[in-house]
Structures are given as C-alpha cells and as structure tokens.
Design a protein around this ligand. Structure first.
Ligand SMILES: Cc1cc2nc3c(=O)[nH]c(=O)nc-3n(C[C@H](O)[C@H](O)[C@H](O)COP(=O)(O)OP(=O)(O)OC[C@H]3O[C@@H](n4cnc5c(N)ncnc54)[C@H](O)[C@@H]3O)c2cc1C
Length: 376
C-alpha cells in the first residue's frame, strides 16, 4: 500500500527565531530604531529590501510572480515579529497586504507579471486611493471620474489621506466609470494610476507630530491605459470590499502600541502587575480573532463583518493600552523624552487619534456589524 506523506507543517518557531536574530542584528548595527505605529510611520525602503532578500516580502504569493509560496500562518508570524519590534515596514506594507492580493485575485496575467515581481523585491511601491475630501466613510459616494477615451480613460478628481503617495510609484484608485446607475455601488472601477503621469499632483499633509506621511492627490485629466484597469469595469465595489477585509483584519490593528507595552513591562519589571495581565489577555484574544479572519481570507471568503470586529476591538485596545501604560509608568507623555519608554509613549500618544480613523472609523465598523446582526 502506498502511503501519502502529510504536507510538512511549517516550523514557525524556527522562522520566528530567524526573524528575531535578523532584528537583533539590525538593532545592533543601527539599522532601525523601534517605534510605535511602525507600519504607517516607519518608511525605509532599504529595510524593505533587506526583508525581501530574506524572502519575507510577498511570502504567500506564487513563485511564478516572485513570491515564495509560503502559508498565511508563516506570513503572519513574520509580520507579528516585525510589528512587535517596531521595525520600519511601511514602505512595502500596503503593497504586500492588499495590492498584491488584489492583483492576484482580480488582475490580468500581464498585470501580475508587470507588477508583482518588482513588489516582491521591494522595488515598486503602491498607495491606496479610496478616500476623497467628501467620501471617507461613505466610500460609494466617490466623485473622481474616469471618462472613456480611445485606448483608455481620462481621470479627474481628488483623493485625500493617501498614505505615502509622495514616495510611491502607483496608486490603486477607486473611481466612478459610469455616472448614472440604479445602485450607487455599481459603476465604480479600480484603476492603477502611475503617480508620475502627466496631470498627477501629490501634496503632502502634515500630521499632528509634523510628520508628512499622507497626502492629497489631485488627478487632472490623467490618462490611464486600458491595460491598467484592475478587474472588470464596474466591479470596483465588490473588489474593494474584499480588499478592505485584508486591510482591517491584520495584526497591525492591535500591535501599533506593542513596542511601548513591551518596553514598559520589561523596563519597569511590572510583569506581575494585574494591568500587564489584562493587556496580555486582550492581545491573545485579538490575535486569535485576527488569525481566524486570515484563515477565511486564505480560503477565498470575504469576511467583511469579522474583519470589522477585529479592527474595532483592536484599535480600541490600542487606545486603552496607552492609558494602562501611562498608569504603569506613572508619567505623562513628553515629546522631548529621550529614554525608550518616554520616546515611545510620546510618539504613540501623538499617533493615537488616527488608530480608529484609518481603514474605517469605529462608528462605521459598528454599523457594518449591527447591520449584519439585524439582517439575520
Ligand atoms: C493615518 C491615516 C491614513 C489613511 N490612509 C489612507 C490611504 O492610504 N488611502 C485612503 O484611501 N484613505 C486613507 N485614510 C482615510 C480613511 O480611510 C478615512 O479617514 C476614514 O475612512 C474616515 O473617513 P473621513 O476622514 O472622510 O471621515 P468621515 O467619513 O467624514 O467621518 C467623520 C465622522 O463621522 C462619523 N460617521 C460618518 N458616517 C457615519 C455613519 N454612517 N454612522 C455613524 N457615524 C458616522 C465617523 O465615524 C467620523 O467620526 C487614512 C486616514 C488616516 C487617519
């Protein structure tokens, strides 16, 4: 009788050891300084390249497109280690998290071949153009339009809060390609826009701490060739809904403040404080929920409601964690602090207002959850 060997289980412990050893070397050589919210603010293309050299970008993408054919679980483990260490992963984060999967799900073979291998090397960066000045929560109301012309589209409109557009190569934009439709969710499409094309202006917007990470992107009669429509014309709403499930459910939705939590608990030797126990219990729960959504995404489902729950609870945890850390440390935030805990506390407090906004506000997420319960 022939026996078929079960597929080998990934050795996650060994993988985590490798990532930790890499991070320790990076820290020792000054490759990065840990920071809170590093997936948004830690922008370092060189660091992304170093991860790519170790095959830690595009981990789950097929090898034919420059990926490494690894499991979601392995990708999750690597990302958890990077976020927990406060490593600068922002340059590749959006591409790796959602644009790559969107290209794999909806892109043409030509698009996959053109974009994915360069993204997997950390050589090509994407920004996301969903929000507009009057369309954030109510995304279906986007007013950027694409007009049909020979061989492509002419795009006009303004996107806002576009993270890292000033440093990226392409924008994956949601635009209206059909003016009058019976449902407002129809007539929307996703276009891949070259951020260096004629008619594109990127205007940085300063954050509370003076950093410039997000932007206004003005599109003035920008030509987009037919080959850069992602998926089917008019199918943009369904496509972004799936993308948002990726955007809302990952470990970055509850680990933005983790470097501060760890520095506080280890530095002040307060691991036995009940507050530390509460922090840990909530983290473990969120992690399990987030991993379950990841499993569903891998199985090809669109767990939009479950992802909304992870994001709402995760970002609430991030906010609460700051209050708990403050009480453990017994000090107030000081932007001039130079010690690790003090610096991370001030940094996190200044970033805290964005935790519950980006990727969908808490009120809107709770609306999605409530509607799913009422609709049962
Ligand atoms: C740091 C950061 C980075 C971002 N990066 C990007 C990016 O890269 N690409 C991109 O496309 N967007 C990005 N965004 C935009 C983000 O997705 C929007 O800010 C978010 O969706 C909210 O939209 P809005 O700002 O227009 O607020 P609004 O939609 O105007 O909401 C204002 C307030 O009204 C409440 N509200 C609105 N509708 C309802 C409702 N139906 N029920 C109850 N309350 C409601 C909201 O909860 C909120 O408190 C980013 C935002 C931030 C803060």
């Amino acid at each position: 009788m022939t026996t078929i060997a079960a597929p080998a289980k990934p050795d996650l412990a060994a993988l985590r050891r490798d990532v930790r050893a890499f991070l320790a070397d990076e820290l020792a050589s000054g490759g990065f300084a840990p920071r809170c919210d590093s997936w948004l603010s830690g922008f370092d293309v060189g660091f992304s390249h170093r991860l790519a050299e170790r095959s830690w970008l595009a981990m789950t993408w097929p090898e034919e497109y420059g990926g490494h054919g690894r499991s979601q679980l392995e990708r999750y483990a690597v990302n958890e280690e990077l976020l927990a260490a406060g490593a600068p992963v922002a340059a590749h984060w959006i591409g790796d998290r959602q644009v790559g999967p969107a290209l794999l799900k909806n892109g043409s073979v030509e698009q996959r071949q053109r974009f994915l291998p360069r993204m997997a090397r950390g050589d090509l960066l994407f920004a996301i153009g969903m929000s507009e000045p009057d369309s954030g929560s109510d995304l279906a109301s986007v007013r950027s339009t694409a007009r049909r012309v020979e061989d492509g589209w002419r795009v006009n409109g303004t996107k806002v809060w576009t993270s890292h557009a000033q440093r990226s190569d392409f924008l994956l934009a949601l635009v209206r390609t059909e003016a009058r439709t019976t449902s407002r969710h129809d007539g929307l499409s996703q276009l891949i826009i070259d951020l260096r094309a004629d008619g594109v202006s990127v205007n940085p917007i300063a954050m509370l701490d003076g950093e410039q990470h997000f932007n206004e992107v003005v599109l003035d009669d920008v030509f987009v060739p037919d080959r850069d429509v992602l998926g089917a014309v008019g199918d943009g709403w369904r496509q972004v809904t799936h993308e948002l499930a990726h955007e809302r459910s990952g470990p970055e939705r509850f680990l933005s403040t983790y470097p501060l939590i760890e520095a506080t608990i280890s530095g002040a030797a307060r691991a036995d404080d009940p507050i530390a126990g509460i922090l840990l219990a909530r983290l473990i729960t969120l992690r399990q929920m987030s991993r379950d959504v990841g499993d569903q995404l891998q199985a090809g489902h669109t767990p939009a409601v479950e992802a909304a729950v992870v994001k709402d609870m995760g970002t609430r945890f991030e906010g609460d964690s700051l209050e708990m850390v403050r009480s453990l440390l017994g000090r107030e935030p000081d932007p001039t602090a130079t010690d690790l805990c003090g610096r991370l506390l001030a940094e996190a407090i200044q970033h805290a207002p964005v935790f519950t906004l980006r990727g969908g506000t808490s009120e809107v997420l709770r609306g999605i959850i409530a509607r799913s319960v009422v609709g049962r």
